[in-house]
Design a protein around this ligand. Structure first.
Ligand code: AMP
Length: 112
């Protein structure tokens, strides 16, 4: 989508701190980290949020979770949180599917 911030990051039109990239997904450090490690993993194809995942596009979500597990192992993360906010009330501010990966500090549950 031409007006999507994360599509522009994937296209290289907006700079980002790359963590990982393959044909299907892109991972980069969050610009406002909420933990010592905080990166985002996004599909290269535009999907608005989890609420737009369906039988036609869900394979990329499985792939993203494989990538998250691989990156966590590589980075020695044995405890971490994966979050996806859906909708404004839940805290979604960028409407391109993304999974936050957070690690390196104590975390509370339930979240605020
Ligand atoms: P959410 O609020 O769940 O939609 O998450 C969006 C995330 O994108 C937030 O944690 C922001 O800090 C992050 N973010 C926004 N703009 C950028 C950017 N240019 N580069 C990296 N992360 C960003």
């Amino acid at each position: 989508m031409s007006d999507c911030l994360f599509c522009k990051i994937i296209a290289g039109e907006i700079p980002s701190s790359k963590v990982y990239e393959d044909d299907l997904c892109y991972a980069f450090n969050d610009i406002a980290p909420q933990a010592p490690t905080h990166f985002l993993v996004i599909p290269k194809a535009h999907i608005g949020s989890v609420s737009e995942v369906n039988a036609d596009n869900s394979a990329v979500v499985a792939h993203i979770f494989e990538v998250i597990a691989k990156l966590a192992k590589e980075q020695g993360m044995d405890s971490y949180r994966v979050v996806s906010n859906i909708g404004e009330q839940a805290g979604q501010s960028v409407f391109h599917l993304h999974f936050h990966v957070l690690s390196g500090r104590d975390m509370t549950w339930p979240p605020g």
